[in-house]
Design a protein around this ligand. Sequence first.
Ligand code: SF4
Length: 314
Amino acid sequence: MNNNWQHNARNTLKGADNCNAFFQSQQFQDQSFPIKIPLEFASLIDKDNPNDPLLKQVIPSIKPQIETLDFSIEPLKDEENSPVAGLIHKYPNRVLLITSRVCAIHCQYCFRQNFNYIGHDAVSNYLAIEDYIYRHPKINEVILSGGDPLSLSDEKLAQLIKGIENIPHIKNLRIHTRSAVVTPSRITEKLIKLLSQSRLNVVLVTHVNHANELSNDFAKAIQALSGVTLLNQSVLLKGVNDSVSTLSKLSMGLFELGILPYYLHLLDKVRGAEHFLVSDEEAQQLHKVLQKQLSGYLVPRLVRDENLAAKTWV
Ligand code: SF4
């Protein structure tokens, strides 16, 4: 694989015809959330297995969608907590910035697939955001989210992070990213330097759902991030990771790479993702068994998102 991440980010499978040809499959059909699969991720998929757990995450639902009260176009009402465009403020100590609308991959369970990114660009609205954070001295943590913040160039990220570092009451910087695992070449030397040398306590939250995503390239990339706290969040997905053995293997694999399993999210009920739903009861049962089988630090917290900046323990 080429080690130029921008080249790799463009090197993606897009659209049903392209994907059906690549995987020699008939499973893909174009739906409203466009298909996008980076080749770095596609290379980990077993083409002979129509139930491959990585493949399942990127195939759009082709069943006619039954309108249910539970599943909606936009399950989380993030905009209600947005006092400044591009910034979500729910809890006194932290704010979340929508830094990019772009993702390296389109996960078909994504609750933000219909999010109105227009008017929510933290990069172009940074001055207003900075002013807001200055006026709220209780804020000590900034979370970079998106889309995927690592879809920004190293230069843009550096500019953003330097700006945040200049705000004296900000202590912690958290970055939520799926790019790190689906396009490990994104962890460039410049990025490593930027995060390792920041005056802020940097926490990188990866988004890995299955141990098969933990490639050698990802292992090498992530282990170079010295001085950065590494956590993981997963989404509990039917047919992908809804078993004790799969989740245990994931926790152990993450820990071997120095990443602590942090959150296990219940599915956010976005329309088109109905087939990924694991019920609350099943999830709680799985979680109970995990607690018995694994050391406490390997058991992620079972949570449900209330909005972009808040979680509820389940
Ligand atoms: S990378 Fe994150 S924001 Fe982007 S499609 Fe996947 S889950 Fe959604």
